[in-house]
Ligand binder design. Structure first.
Ligand SMILES: Nc1ncnc2c1ncn2[C@@H]1O[C@H](COP(=O)(O)OP(=O)(O)OP(=O)(O)O)[C@@H](O)[C@H]1O
Length: 624
């Protein structure tokens, strides 16, 4: 249990530990105290924050490249936590295995405060460099941890409240840390649960790439967990356990040290044969359900994740309107014919997802998809990033020069996100490349011919930018031959169905349900951050949900529950979601009212309604 980390208890603990040199008695949690001791042993002075010099842009880029897989697998979780971060004024941080911050996303106001205490990309947050902190301490302790305010070793870090979970690869190595950090003054009670769950999802994704030639067993005490991130995964090489996730190890009460030493028959009587789920007898752990990964039998992604939802048009994983689906199918043909595609839409409407899917379906699928966010790269660097440079082109240039992203997209698709933010000078250079199909690297050298298909995206009104003179009209006409406008969530024709489908994907457990009222509020909200924000909120609800206990409106972020536009038609209650006939809805509403009138006493409400207690229970709890 967490010790009382109220500021008074922590101040007393700090005084005892740092000023009086004696161990504080149960005023801070054991892991925090252990960490303080480690830092003191290293000779760190809690009042003097060491100067933490961030990596240079180039060094950080190389560190990011080395961690490309971690970043790729973490991206969906970071996207999902983004909504939470924006609502609670936090930032999401991804670090490498040593605690070096690779990425930080979220609330800009807090991000700039955090940067003042060096909580920003390129800085080392290992415990030995930065004292007790969620990232470094989670890495050393090997488990998720929250560090609030004064629990940080260094005094200036008292402004932070951070929750972090290490990300373990299938071989039990910590490959990074996911962290949610915010102001110490705000109560971030769900943060630790959210990062723990997100880290679990990322760890599960490590198994998606497959283990050629090895036997991958997916198992759980409940067959419904198979195919979700909560399933156990064990990988055997010639009968020996060589890789696993935490759940798989937990099912047998073993840890990572079992890798390489345990054999399959020490764990299960025999592996499931053939396709489908089998009951498995285990050595001393009762009956489990399991199935083997096989080419045709077991999809590596969660079951049903790609199933077309009833009546909702889809393009890959994107939910959209029928006309958009048709438009994107045409975009694949455009790419094939060498015509650039422009995708417009508000933030979070799936522009990048759409571009990736267009690439995946097109003739260039086997070649790279290179995404460049024109708004995220500093103006001074974007030219070098895009066009590459020769050795010694400018101070700080790499020894052997750099190829540039345009050439890295050779044969594939170049995705220029936020093209509306591209500086005018670069627009002319890009236009020249598109006309000549040649790139001239910075610092001279010979022009190099390039072959890539171009997909651009923007949330801005590009035509308006042309009219105001901030976007070149000739470039506009070059890239906007074929334009698609992705819809905002509020413009979708069936928002309830969209909410339900996204919930099905996010919850991945049929026992997790939303009440009808909750669904309706979600469908009625305007979602300025569109799908990204909606998916983020659904993930948060899924993290809080308990199987069999419908998630009600009380768990919705205030912003959503207060600003949902009232839906006409049926009166929604906080009873489990279903698609009731009107009579059902009326009946449920009556039951709700009776319950309210009797202070939640089911016996009294049943009596007032003239039905028996078990009928009322059943009716209220039924999900269909
Ligand atoms: N149409 C959609 N259907 C389902 N999920 C979506 C859709 N669009 C976006 N998402 C979700 O939102 C996240 C963000 O999507 P994406 O990055 O493609 O949006 P974007 O329009 O490129 O955003 P931005 O303009 O901010 O860069 C995705 O990871 C996904 O979870």
């Amino acid at each position: 249990m967490r010790a009382d980390t109220g500021s008074k208890a922590v101040s007393t603990a700090r005084r005892q530990f740092f000023n009086e040199g004696r161990p504080p008695q149960s005023l801070v949690a054991e892991p925090i105290l252990r960490s303080w001791r480690r830092c003191a042993d290293l000779g760190l002075d809690n009042q003097v924050l060491p100067s933490l010099v961030p990596l240079t842009e180039g060094e950080l880029r190389r560190a990011s490249e080395r961690n490309e897989r971690l970043r790729r697998l973490s991206r969906p979780e970071i996207e999902s936590l983004y909504a939470e971060a924006m609502q609670t004024g936090c930032v999401i941080i991804l670090t490498d295995a040593s605690g070096l911050i690779l990425e930080s996303r979220g609330h800009t106001a807090f991000a700039s405060r955090a940067a003042q205490v060096a909580l920003r990309p390129g800085v080392d947050w290992s415990e030995s460099a930065t004292g007790t902190n969620a990232v470094g301490t989670a890495l050393l302790e090997g488990r998720p941890i929250a560090v609030h305010g004064g629990e940080h070793y260094f005094d200036p870090h008292g402004i932070l409240s951070c929750s972090a979970a290490p990300i373990m690869d299938p071989f039990g190595r910590a490959v990074g840390v996911l962290d949610l950090s915010g102001p110490a003054a705000v109560d971030h009670r769900h943060a630790l649960g959210l990062v723990r769950l997100a880290a679990e999802q990322i760890e599960h994704r490590f198994f998606d790439d497959g283990f050629a030639g090895l036997q991958v067993l997916r198992l759980g005490a409940d067959r419904a967990l198979l195919g979700t991130a909560r399933e156990g995964v064990l990988v055997f090489d010639d009968g020996r356990l060589v890789a696993a996730n935490r759940h798989g190890l937990g099912l047998f009460g073993i840890d990572w040290s079992a890798l390489g030493t345990r054999s399959v028959d020490e764990l299960v009587e025999r592996l499931p044969q053939g396709a489908g789920i089998a009951r498995m007898e285990t050595a001393g752990r009762g009956v489990l359900f399991g199935r083997m990964d096989g080419e045709e039998t077991v999809p590596s992604r969660p079951r049903g994740a790609r199933m077309a939802p009833r009546g909702l048009p889809q393009f890959g994983e994107l939910l959209l309107r029928e006309e958009d689906e048709r438009g994107l199918l045409r975009a694949v043909k455009m790419i094939d014919a060498g015509v650039p595609v422009l995708i417009q839409g508000e933030t979070g409407t799936g522009k990048e997802m759409a571009a990736r899917e267009v690439h995946r379906r097109g003739p260039r699928a086997a070649a790279p998809f290179v995404a460049v966010n024109c708004a995220a790269i500093p103006e001074t660097l974007i030219e070098a990033e895009l066009f590459g440079y020769e050795e010694g082109a400018f101070t700080g240039a790499r020894r052997h020069g750099r190829k540039g992203l345009l050439r890295e997209a050779e044969g594939g698709v170049l995705f220029l996100d936020e093209i509306g933010d591209m500086p005018l000078s670069l627009q002319s250079r890009l236009l020249r490349v598109l006309q000549d199909r040649e790139v001239l690297p910075l610092g001279g050298g010979r022009p190099v011919s390039v072959d890539f298909a171009l997909v651009c995206a923007t949330h801005r009104h590009l035509k308006g930018l042309v009219e105001s003179g901030t976007f070149r009209s000739d470039l506009y006409f070059r890239i906007a031959h074929y334009t698609i406008e992705l819809p905002a969530v509020r413009d979708l024709p069936d928002r309830l169905a969209t909410v339900r489908e996204l919930w099905r994907r996010v919850a991945r457990d049929e026992r997790l349900v939303l009440t009808a009222a909750c669904e309706e509020r979600l469908a009625a909200y305007d979602w300025p951050g569109n799908f990204r924000q909606l998916v983020g909120v659904l993930r948060m609800l899924a993290a809080l949900a308990e199987p069999g206990q419908p998630v009600g409106t009380d768990l919705l972020p205030q912003e959503v529950s207060e600003n949902a536009r009232p839906q006409p038609a049926r009166a929604a209650s906080d009873a489990p979601a279903s698609e009731p006939a009107d009579l059902d809805a009326i009946e449920l509403a009556a039951m709700r009212r009776a319950l309210d009138a009797h202070g939640g006493n089911v016996s009294k409400a049943a009596r007032a309604l003239g039905i028996n207690r078990s009928t009322l229970y059943r009716r209220l709890l039924s999900t269909h």
